[in-house]
Each structure stands twice: as C-alpha cells, then as structure tokens.
Design a protein around this ligand. Structure first.
Ligand code: SD4
Length: 335
C-alpha cells in the first residue's frame, strides 16, 4: 500500500483505530457478562476508596491493601497499577501490550499526588513498570515528563531492568494484523484495558495513576491521553480526581480529566461530572462518536464515585467499604 494511503486509512476520522484489546470503537460487544450493578445506585461517601477503569479486582485489592496497611494514596495507585503492568495477559498495559504497526511496544504513563506533583513518561520502550518510572520522574527530576530514549535512559540509570515487552501472544496478534494492516473496530473485547486508578485514603487525600501501551497498531511515535496530565488523569486534593480510557485523541481534545475535576469543584457529583465530560465529546458538531469509545471514572474527596462512557460495556472496579467489585457503567449511546 502506498504510504499516503496507509496513513489516511489510519487517520482518526476514518473508520476508527483498531485496538486489539482496547475500546476505540464500538461494533463488537462482550456478551453475557455478569456485571449487574449500575454506578448511579452505588455511590456513597465512604473512605478509604480505590477505583480503577475496567475489571481489575487484583489491582484494586492490592491498592486497598496498601491503604489499609498505612501506605499513602500515592503508594496505593502505583502498586495497584503495577499489578496490571506485570500481567502479560493484559494486552494494553505493560508487558504483553500490543505493539505499534512497526512492532514496537511503547508505554505511556503518569502519576499525580495529593500535593499536585506529577510525573509522566511517553513512548517508553523495554521497561515494564512505566508507572514507577513516572513516579521517579516526579520525585527525582526537576521535570514532569520524559520521552522515548531519554525516558528509558533515566529508567535504566534509576535501576529499572530492560526486558522485551513483546510477548509471543502479542507478536502473533501483530503478525495477523499485518496481513491486512487495516484498522478494524473492536470494542471492550477483554473487558480489561488501559488502567487508570484513583485512591483516596482515610483522611481524604487523593492520588491517581494511569498506564497503557496505548492503541494497538498505532503509528510509530504516537502518544495518547494516558500520560498527559489533565487529559488521561487529573488530581486536585481540594476536590478529587478523574481518569480516562478509550480513544485518547478525543480525551486530549477536551482535556477530559481536568474538566471533570473542575466540574466537581463547581458542585457536580462525580457521576454528573463524568456525564458532562462525555457530553463535551459527543455534542461537538459533526462528531461521529459511533466510531469510538471513551470512558471516564471519578472520585471526590468524600469518597463518592462516578463513571460514564459513550458506549455500553465500559466498567469500573471499586473497592470500598469492604467490597471489591466490578460496576457496569451507564453510557450515552442508548440507540
Ligand atoms: C490511548 N487512552 O492511548 C489510551 C488507550 C486506551 O483503552 O485507553 N485504551 O489513547
């Protein structure tokens, strides 16, 4: 295929980006899932609380364990996210993440603490715990974000080990994709995706983290919303936090997580704020939201939570009041 045409097919305004394991578009569904609880009926002001995108009960269990053993909300989200980064079966986070179209697994991640400090890495190769490298950027450098080779160099100098993140399963999936090299929408296929996590400790201190291998078969060099403070994640300890999953380009265009936190500051509940942020995407003139998915989760300082997405089958995992469970998100596109 001629390069120009290839790039055009890959554009975000066309049929939608393919995401083997992700939720960029909306034609397929995971049928028969048992996730009966709807968030609207569920939100309560109880601390501590941990929420995360998708079905990641092991990750939220780890995060809650950290809080209950007296760890900070920052430790909680970092260690919670690391569970998924190390899980090779998850093909959109850390080791085992699906590669870009040229076979590179590149990770994006960020982290933000209760004092408004933050760190991020983009286009990080060969280091599985991107969230921990992001934390090191926050704590050990005068910068907020490191990219590519520089991020890897910093990680190695900080003691992280390099390893090949492309597993056999992801390599096989990529090889199959290469046969046609076409973007084909698949949504919610694993019910398990980019992890965005928010934790509030018993004193109401909020931290968050977000980590991903981004869109499968993305263009080499592409960076999504997940490491962008304000887009994929935002925390303000006076208010709460929010994080995103889905087609990052649409999240970046509306600075979704910052928007949700600011709406909560103005008095909206986490649920109302998530719904408004999805509204900002779908109500843009000419926006064909049928071709992509975005999901948001949010928590306020009191421990109330919310989640909302464009399409069905987005979910949030919540650990609160002794219960760790997956919650079905309400969604915009009911037709
Ligand atoms: C990105 N938001 O890179 C990420 C991908 C994602 O579920 O969340 N997939 O755009």
């Amino acid at each position: 295929m001629k390069r120009r045409k290839f790039l055009k097919n890959a554009s975000l305004t066309g049929v939608g980006l393919a995401v083997g394991s992700a939720i960029t578009s909306c034609d397929n569904k995971v049928e028969g899932q048992k996730i009966p609880v709807k968030e609207n009926a569920e939100s309560k002001a109880v601390l501590p609380v941990v929420v995360a995108t998708w079905h990641v009960e092991e990750a939220t269990a780890k995060a809650m364990d950290v809080l209950q053993s007296g760890g900070s909300s920052l430790d909680s989200v970092e260690l919670g996210c690391k569970v998924e980064e190390a899980n090779e079966k998850g093909q959109s986070v850390g080791k085992g993440g699906l590669p870009d179209r040229e076979g590179n697994v590149t990770l994006d991640a960020c982290i933000m603490d209760q004092n408004g400090n933050c760190g991020a890495v983009v286009y990080l190769k060969d280091i599985k715990h991107a969230v921990s490298v992001a934390r090191k950027v926050m704590e050990d450098t005068p910068h907020v974000m490191l990219a590519g080779e520089g991020a890897k160099q910093f990680a190695l100098e900080s003691g992280f080990e390099a390893e090949d993140l492309l597993t056999e399963a992801s390599k096989e999936a990529w090889k199959k994709w290469k046969v046609e090299a076409k973007y084909k929408p698949i949504i919610n296929i694993e019910n398990h995706d980019t992890i965005g996590m928010l934790a509030v400790d018993k004193n109401g201190n909020v931290s968050g983290a977000c980590t991903t291998s981004g869109l499968a078969y993305k263009m080499n060099g592409r960076v999504g919303d997940s490491p962008i403070i304000g887009s994929g994640l935002f925390i303000d300890n006076e208010v709460g936090g929010a994080t995103a999953t889905g087609l990052g380009e649409e999240v970046v265009k509306t600075i979704g997580s910052f928007l949700i936190v600011e709406l909560m500051r103005q008095g909206r509940s986490p649920q109302e704020a998530c719904e408004e942020a999805i509204g900002r995407i779908v109500n843009k003139p000419g926006k064909d939201y049928k071709d992509f998915q975005v999901g948001y989760i949010a928590v306020n300082k009191k421990g109330e939570t919310g989640c909302y997405s464009i399409h069905q089958y987005f979910s949030m995992t919540k650990f609160q009041d002794g219960e760790n469970k997956q919650i079905q998100s309400d969604f915009y596109n009911k037709v």
